[in-house]
Design a protein around this ligand. Sequence first.
Ligand SMILES: Nc1nc2c(c(=O)[nH]1)N[C@H]1C(S)=C(S)[C@@H](COP(=O)(O)OP(=O)(O)OC[C@H]3O[C@@H](n4cnc5c(=O)[nH]c(N)nc54)[C@H](O)[C@@H]3O)O[C@H]1N2
Ligand SMILES: Nc1nc2c(c(=O)[nH]1)N[C@H]1C(S)=C(S)[C@@H](COP(=O)(O)OP(=O)(O)OC[C@H]3O[C@@H](n4cnc5c(=O)[nH]c(N)nc54)[C@H](O)[C@@H]3O)O[C@H]1N2
Ligand SMILES: [Mo]
Length: 774
Amino acid sequence: MEKALTASHWGTYYLSIEDGQIKSVEPHREDPDPSPIGQSFLDGIQHPCRVKKPAVRKSYLEQGPGVATHKRGAEPFVEIEWDQAFELVGNELNRVRQQYGNQSIFAGSYGWASAGRFHHAPSQIHRFMNCIGGYTKSVNTYSYAASEVILPHVVGSMSWLLNQHTSWPVLEKHCELMVMFGGVALKNGQINAGGVGRHSAKDGLLACKRAGTKFVNFSPVRDDVDQGLEAVHYEPKPNTDVSIMLALAHTLYEQGLHDKAFLEQYCVGFEKFEPYLTGKVDGQPKDAKWAANISGVDATVISSLAVEMARKRTMVTASWSLQRADHGEQTHWMLVVLAAMLGQIGLPGGGFGLGYAGVNGVGHQFRDFTWASLDQGVNKVADFIPVARISDLLLKPGQSFQYNGQSYTYPDTKVVYWAGGNPFHHHQDLNRLLKAWQQPDSIIVHEQTWNALSRHADIVLPATMTAERNDIVCAKRDDYVYALKQAVVPVGEARNDYDIFGGIADVMGKKDEFTEDRNEKEWLQFLHARNRQRAAAQGIEIPEFDVFWEQGEYLLPEGPDLILLEAFRRSPEASPLRTMSGKLEIFSERVASFELASCPGHPTWLEPKEWLGAELVQKFPLHLISNQPATRLHSQFDHGQTSQRAKVSGREALTISPQDAHDRALSVGDVVKVYNDRGATLAGLIISDKVQPGVVQLPTGAWYDPVEPGIIGSLDKAGNPNVLTRDVGSSELGQGPVAHSTLVEIEKYTSEIPEVTIYTPPEIIRGPETIKAP
Ligand SMILES: Nc1nc2c(c(=O)[nH]1)N[C@H]1C(S)=C(S)[C@@H](COP(=O)(O)OP(=O)(O)OC[C@H]3O[C@@H](n4cnc5c(=O)[nH]c(N)nc54)[C@H](O)[C@@H]3O)O[C@H]1N2
Ligand SMILES: Nc1nc2c(c(=O)[nH]1)N[C@H]1C(S)=C(S)[C@@H](COP(=O)(O)OP(=O)(O)OC[C@H]3O[C@@H](n4cnc5c(=O)[nH]c(N)nc54)[C@H](O)[C@@H]3O)O[C@H]1N2
Ligand SMILES: [Mo]
């Protein structure tokens, strides 16, 4: 049997191949903690749900753009030939750019796509769009949009901070106490954007434990922390972390345990925050009793923890999920302020952490290196949206929106083009998205599978998977580089995104610009040569392309110990922060000058619209945590065996506390309806005390599978939580997604249980001769 290397955002594997079929999957020999998600390659690559041929929604093919857009998701598709597809897409892009201008093409195309530097779909689509005059883009990520916008005002950009996070070996040596908000979930550490050579999070954490680090966790879900860490666990109401952090800060202040010298030398604005903390401005001290009332965590727990934190070398860390919530900007800002008051920022083992093990790279000891990627060119269109404002873009053309202190306008969108992301996975309030989705004239996607995105498109162009192409896999915050050679032939007539865009560019007279006359292999050689140059500039020698391609991999020399903000601590004059003042901003004059009620000038407890303290609990008494799935990456490989085996009663599993199950007379394995005013979905029930009463957990990523496709508000059969989540910005500052601020109710589903049908293709009319294109 032949063996081939393949790599993904969740790790590197060898595929055994016999007669062109994948027979087994083995993790890479150097990976100490491989992810089981890789087993989904066994059935997920050569799966019946793959898109095999270009396909067009029937009435779109018959009558053209803008026709019967309310039938998106409900109509059969007609297969066409590639040449016909290139003409169709090229003509439509030409029509729209000539009649309306390039800003009418939305190609933000947010999404994780697949690992691989060259075949990275978002790079491909953006390069292509820039060759034809530009597109409306999106800014920031679903991962941490709120923090991406607030933290540059406070301490520095999210990527700059993540690239210097204090690494596991340093924590092992120096950290005495790790206080976690939202845990350090190893299920998330399986992933690293762009690839993972060695999964180090588990070993890193366990080494800290062996060295004597004590772990304290605040989280609504107990298995956010590995059992081996024996963490002391507290269960705050979701979205109340800011109140707890404020109360920790208050205790430090009242007891004189805050580091005055640090606040003086390295920070600005404590004097403006202090009257809020003590209650001088509003009559309410933000003390432990106050926080206990909000969060449900005992006041004495909070006040004694504050004292312990001041006495020990303490790392306080908060997962990214905390800021994927109403007023999400406040969480990481307050975390930084709390760490500033402790005065250990920049010291080994102390300070703050943003999402340890949220991906493997956070905590991993790596060498800072910027890998070569495909040039995207220059976008001539200035219009953009904050990434999670996609429904607003389509529903509110010409209307204005606020973002980071400025006002902008949504352009009028005629074409939506996606390659490498899945809005029917990632966006909130899918019923609202469905309405928005009816607005544009054309929706064009490159997809690998017949998931909810491709089913709701007009033109679907089948894209290859990683194992079906040649590529170089390497990632930021990782040390390994792999040469991936095509392992299997593409399913059906699937093509690489590069070849698809090349075909369309040809029709539009832009082929030379897009391809620069390089084929796949020549691009890999080109990118590798750049990497060699960059490495040489750092004194690192990496092999010539042919040697690399033959060897299959190389490793960067080990990176140095990392200590977050060490240079700033050593000398705030020589290494100032890139904030307005050059220091840590506890109060930001800039943010205050925006005069936003949803984001004042210092971190503030602002009540979310939906949480367990809201009036809405009368109607919807459960807080829904739709966190990242353990068994897949978002919606990717939901059809694969690792994900499918974890389903309960044929759909995504929802976890509820024994008490809430009892109150609703629910049993393990029941199919339950999860609902609120925005939508409803069916899930299979797990009962466990890992979630506290009042909280339910339904991970993201089950493919949206409505009972009546195309109908807004239709019951989803498969357990996609985004039919329930709310679609508003975290604040007028960041406009981030707020998935984690959602209330629901649950009941046993007593009607006839519908079969999940999303993992088999939709109705496809084969042969172009059945339908004549106009
Ligand atoms: N309720 C809720 N929703 C959430 C979150 C949450 O916590 N709760 N988390 C949010 C977060 S943090 C994120 S990052 C987003 C993730 O959202 P996405 O990144 O959009 O999710 P994926 O499922 O990874 O989507 C990738 C898509 O690209 C396709 N694809 C993969 N490789 C290729 C390729 O080479 N070419 C082409 N053409 N297509 C390819 C896959 O088939 C898949 O449909 O979800 C967000 N949504
Ligand atoms: N296996 C797997 N790993 C992944 C991903 C995946 O899809 N699959 N996605 C990757 C991506 S794109 C990202 S952005 C990172 C995301 O990293 P995160 O956003 O940190 O991940 P989540 O799993 O959504 O949330 C982590 C935990 O936070 C807790 N939590 C939620 N709300 C609150 C709250 O209000 N307060 C407190 N204290 N805790 C809360 C939940 O219990 C949850 O399990 O994960 C990455 N890792
Ligand atoms: Mo993310």
